[in-house]
Design a protein around this ligand. Structure first.
Ligand code: ARG
Length: 585
């Protein structure tokens, strides 16, 4: 469907032309004086400059062309030359009723759907998930859903950190504790045990222990490096041990991401890129862009227009080791081959911006990625504590994701138990849904690049600009709809008779504008801002209108149709943000 504001602009542009003025000046915007009108057009001002005539006179001549026009119930030219527009309730009704029956509420899909690889989550295997990975998962999941809503094909890849030194550290630590295991016996030729020699909780203890040890014990650090090397060069026993680590950790990761309602399409990682490294290096060398610098192989990526230094992208270190950038370049080769994407989008902390700049430039220079393929890094800010520093536990440690979710859920459970609206069997699930809304909306309502402060009481409040407030609005609407005995008839929608009904309808028409911004700018915060407004309009309407007590059945059916559409729009929007509403709260 054409956007409502475009529909109006088109009609006003036509009137400009009829008045002998340039049509493009008839562009309409939302009124910044909602007390006077709903939309406005300021085009008479620039038109007046060109024509050397008073703007008010021109605005009046356009207004004249619009008199009697069905789209508006009122058109006024006011000083110094504004056009104030009020739309007709029946045109608005028809538009909103059209939204109610159109697929995707009439939001136009992408004209040329793209294939997008979305690299998000990015957890490091065997290290517990912490809040630093939280934002990547939350923002990425929302962007994935938004991109799909517009008809694109999106491949969400978790891109695990599963190949670096952390693996060597774990293997070496297990080696020290259990030297008798067959993985460490080079003469062993039999099958390795199917069961891992550790559980996930042991694994989570092993890594920090080993990491701390490597910092004080040089010999251990060297052995861990050797173990990493042996793993990477294909040692049979070390590979078998690595597989155990992978299986146990991915099971745990999957559980954590499922709890967050974050779902990846492919579970690839740095290890999967390894086979692509040698051919990638060959391609780069053949292009003649690889140079040697102090024994390392590098690609110079500085560009003339750079105002600051962009260091060369290091492909291979002097000791033969490959790095983060090497893996990312090889991963691009794999992605081009397996998915032929039009766009590859990466979601990490914004402190990785330089890394991605180097990788993208090296990939372009090496011809690994065709010109038309868009490479984009979406760097986000930090989630801070109330002290303005990166969020920590009360004891000052790194906050684990599981614990954070647990704490929010506990807080919400307490609250809804006190309210006593939710039955005992429903409490757990409801608390979980509200906790997710609090956490995700608290994050997504900020511009991704900004840092924000995690504030449990504020995020979990049932009033204000919060996820739970949005859920509360949906739950209220659902409760009215439950009490209404007849079926909801979408065609029963009536022209608005009150300001509250009209404001709600006008808010509904803006859905497409907001989703479009969220989509083009990778900005889920645009959806949050929209549903906060929509929920506000819905609550005002609900307060001022007797819905269930309305004696006129046609009017009542109209109210119900409007409430139902509002609920559906809100539920669609929160689904795009990655959470959902309970039945009661
Ligand atoms: N594992 C990395 C980290 O914890 C994030 C990976 C992001 N994706 C990528 N292709 N580099 O920082």
């Amino acid at each position: 469907m054409e956007k409502f504001i475009d529909l109006i602009s088109r009609r006003v542009s036509q009137a400009f032309e009829e008045a002998g003025l340039e049509g493009s000046l008839g562009k309409v915007t939302l009124s910044n004086r909602p007390d006077l009108c709903e939309y406005q057009c300021n085009g008479a001002m620039p038109a007046a400059k060109k024509a050397h005539r008073p703007p008010l006179e021109l605005a009046e001549s356009v207004a004249e062309k619009l008199q009697g026009e069905a789209m508006f119930s009122k058109v006024e030219a006011v000083k110094p030359g504004f056009l104030n527009l009020t739309v007709s309730p029946s045109v608005l009704r028809d538009y909103v009723a059209g939204m109610a029956t159109a697929p995707s509420f009439g939001v136009e899909p992408e004209a040329a759907p793209k294939t997008i690889v979305l690299d998000y989550g990015g957890p490091n295997v065997a290290k517990p998930l912490h809040v630093g990975h939280l934002r990547s998962a939350i923002i990425g999941e929302s962007i994935k859903r938004i991109d799909r809503f517009f008809g694109n094909k999106v491949i969400g890849d978790i891109h695990m950190g599963d190949w670096g030194l952390q693996m060597g550290l774990i293997i070496e630590e297990v080696h020290e504790r259990h030297p008798e295991l067959p993985y460490f016996d080079p003469t062993y030729t039999g099958e390795y045990p199917a069961e891992a020699p550790f559980t996930i909780s042991e694994l989570e203890e092993i890594y920090p222990t080993a990491s701390a040890k490597s910092k004080v014990d040089e010999d251990f650090a060297r052995r861990a490096h050797d173990a990493t090397y042996r793993l990477q060069t294909g040692d049979r026993g070390y590979r078998a041990m690595w597989k155990h680590i992978m299986r146990i950790s991915t099971e745990d990761l999957r559980k954590n991401y499922d709890n967050l309602d974050v779902h990846f399409d492919v579970w690839l990682g740095e290890s999967d890129a390894q086979p692509y490294i040698p051919p990638m290096l060959e391609t780069m060398k053949a292009k003649g862009i690889v140079t040697e610098s102090e024994g390392a192989l590098v690609v110079d990526v500085q560009e003339e227009s750079d105002t600051k230094e962009v260091p060369p992208c290091i492909l291979v270190k002097s000791d033969g080791a490959t790095l983060y950038a090497t893996t990312d370049l090889a991963t691009l080769v794999q992605r081009m081959k397996d998915f032929q994407p039009d766009e590859v989008l990466y979601l990490t902390d914004k402190r990785q911006a330089l890394h991605f700049e180097q990788v993208f430039r090296a990939a372009r220079k090496g011809g690994l990625v065709p010109e038309h393929v868009v490479l984009k890094h979406l760097g986000f800010g930090t989630m801070n504590g109330k002290d303005g520093k990166p969020f920590k536990t009360r004891e000052g440690g790194v906050m684990r994701l599981e614990r954070l979710i647990g704490e929010i859920t506990d807080y919400v459970r307490q609250k809804i138990t006190e309210n006593q609206v939710v039955s005992a069997e429903e409490v757990e699930n409801t608390a979980r849904l509200i906790a997710m809304a609090a956490l995700k909306y608290g994050d997504l309502s900020n511009q991704p690049t900004k840092d924000y402060v995690f504030d449990l009481e504020r995020f979990a409040a049932f009033e204000g600009n919060t996820g739970p407030y949005i859920l509360y609005t949906i739950v209220r609407i659902k409760s009215i709809l439950h009490k209404y005995s007849a079926a909801v008839a979408l065609e029963a929608m009536q022209p608005a008779e009150t300001k509250e009904a009209k404001d709600l309808m006008l808010a509904l028409t803006r859905l497409s504008d907001s989703l479009q911004v969220a989509y083009t700018d990778n900005a889920p915060n645009a959806i949050c801002a929209y549903i906060y407004d929509l929920a506000g309009a819905a609550n005002k309407f609900y307060h001022e209108t007797r819905i269930l007590a309305e004696p006129d059945p046609a009017k009542q059916a109209g109210y119900v149709a409007l409430m139902d559409l509002t609920r559906r729009v809100l539920e669609t929007c929160i689904d795009l943000l990655g959470f959902s509403a309970p039945e009661r709260m």
